[in-house]
Design a protein around this ligand. Structure first.
Ligand code: GTP
Length: 318
């Protein structure tokens, strides 16, 4: 049915307005209510008879926001529609969810100028419940943030994963070369971890990896330092602007902090507790060396720490 072709005698307009799943209020230029549909009654708790011919600003028990009242006046004066941004005006009217009477309804509101038969301009306020779309947007946003976090974080320990390290390392390396600054790397590996797993079981092994990751993270001081899980029981620490001496000192702090955790390791061949070996390498200003070589050198330093007896720090110059 084309509504524009039917006359008011052919259709019950109030029935139509009340059947709509949006709120409708029509106010004249004095702010008096000319139309108030069922949806608005349901969400405001104010029935048609209490609202009709009353000033909009006095009908609600709460004061209406001044920008909303100003927008209605603007709509009538300019004879132009106004869309109220949901971000700025979340609750223009004191409307509530019929299911949860204490939960304010977030609303999308559009104001339209309407001319009556006498040529007077009124404002039609259309209100829709935007809580569902806001919830959907929030869900999508949370989802994408979780996704981003998943892509950069190691699920077991919560520290960065190797993929994130690889990309971050390239950026830091380029910066150190361009700006002629120092960059140090530590590579850490838990000693005799295979024996630990074999003796205490895989879940205990996982718990030990988490404990070591947490220990490294809490021993690091600067916000620019970053630690990542590089392999099963291997970690890598990137230290921008750290000299060889500072990097070795931090490595020693981490080594002794892990020892101080006193995680029993009866199958270690060098101690009664869990220990780590650490290789240290530093890129110095003006050096001509690529990122892969620097990384390999750090790995060689770690290898040296293992060879020399484990539970120690070894520095290998580039
Ligand atoms: N529980 C647990 N074990 C892991 C994980 N990733 C790797 N591993 C184990 O870590 C052990 C590493 O053993 P190896 O590389 O032989 O080294 P290691 O026994 O620590 O000996 P050294 O490094 O020479 O002192 C292997 O047994 C892996 O199965 C993990 O996520 N959880």
């Amino acid at each position: 049915m084309n509504i524009s072709t039917v006359t008011p005698t052919e259709i019950d307009w109030s029935q139509l307005f009340n059947a709509l799943n949006i709120g409708l209020i029509l106010v004249d230029s004095n702010g008096e209510i000319l139309l108030w549909n069922e949806w608005i009654s349901k969400h405001s708790g104010i029935n048609y008879l209490s609202a009709i011919n009353q000033p909009l600003e006095l009908v609600f028990p709460e004061k209406l926001p001044a920008p909303f009242v100003a927008a209605i006046k603007r709509c009538i004066n300019t004879k132009l529609p106004v869309v109220l941004s949901n971000a700025l005006h979340k609750y223009p009217l004191p409307l509530y969810s019929p299911q949860k009477s204490d939960e304010k309804l977030s609303q999308s509101v559009i104001l339209n100028p309407i001319k009556d038969n006498q040529g007077n301009w009124n404002c039609l306020i259309q209100v829709t419940d935007s809580s569902a779309s806001i919830k959907r947007e929030k869900m999508l946003r949370d989802h994408s943030e979780t996704h981003k976090k998943d892509a950069t974080t190691d699920p077991l320990t919560g520290i960065y994963n190797r993929r994130f390290f690889d990309s971050h390392y390239k950026i830091e390396m380029n910066q150190a070369m361009r700006q002629k600054t120092t960059l140090s790397l530590l590579m850490l590996d838990i000693d005799f971890f295979k024996n630990y797993n074999d003796h205490y079981g895989h879940p205990a092994g996982d718990a030990a990896i988490i404990a070591v990751a947490t220990c490294i993270r809490t021993t690091m001081k600067r916000s620019s330092d970053m630690v990542a899980r590089y392999g099963g029981e291997e970690f890598i620490v990137l230290l921008p602007n750290s000299t060889p001496a500072a990097a070795q000192m931090l490595a020693e702090n981490i080594r002794s902090a892990v020892e101080d955790l006193k995680i029993p390791h009866l199958n270690s061949l060098i101690a009664k507790h869990m220990t780590v070996s650490i290789g240290v390498s530093s890129f110095l200003p003006g050096m001509v060396v690529d990122a892969t070589t620097f990384l390999k050198n750090t790995d060689l330093a770690l290898y040296a720490a293992k060879q020399k007896g484990r539970n120690q720090v070894q520095f290998l110059p580039l």
